[in-house]
Design a protein around this ligand. Sequence first.
Ligand code: GDP
Ligand code: MG
Length: 177
Amino acid sequence: AYSFDDECDYLFKAILIGDSAVGKSNLLSRFARDEFRLDSKPTIGVEFAYRSIKIGDKVIKAQIWDTAGQERFRAITSSYYRGALGALLVYDITRRSTFSNLKKWLHELREYGKSDMVIVLVGNKSDLGHSREVSEEEGQKLAETEGLCFMETSALESLNVEEAFLHMITKIHEISS
Ligand code: GDP
Ligand code: MG
C-alpha cells in the first residue's frame, strides 16, 4: 500500500518548549507554512506540523510538536517529551522571566526527554531590540554552560528561524545515522 511516509528515509519527533507567549507557535508556523500571526491564540490539544528536508540523498521528515498553552499552567505531560530527538527551548529576549525559567524547562527536558536530545536554545523576538531585557551574550553563556546550541530569532521578521530548525534537524540526523 502506498503512503506518504514511504517517501521519506527518516521520520523523527521534535518539540517546542518554553514559557507562554515567547513565540513557539509562531516559530513553528513560520518554519512549516511561512506564516506569522499577531494575535495567536493558544490552540486546543497538542498540535504538530511536518516538514521534509533533504540532506544529501536522504529525505528527513520532522514531526514538530507544539504545546496548546499547557505551559501556562506548567502542565506539560511526559508524553509530550516522549521519543523526542530534538527540542527548541525558547525564551523571549524582552522578558527576563522567560529566561530565568529556562532552568526549570531544562530540568523537565532532562527528566522526561532522551539523554542525547539535541537542544537548541532560542532567544526569540530579536526584532524588539529596543525592549531587550536579556543580552545576546547572556544567552550564549547559558548555552555554553548547558552544552546547547544557541540562536536569536525573529518569527515576525523571519530571521534565523529556518536556521534554528535546520540546525536541530541536521544535528539529529548526524547523531542518528
Ligand atoms: P507561544 O505561546 O509561545 O506559542 O507564543 P505565540 O507564538 O502565540 O506568540 C505570542 C505573541 O508574541 C503573539 O502576539 C505573537 O504575535 C508574538 N510574537 C511571536 N514571535 C514574535 C517575534 O519574533 N517578534 C515579535 N515582535 N512578536 C512575536
Ligand atoms: Mg503556542
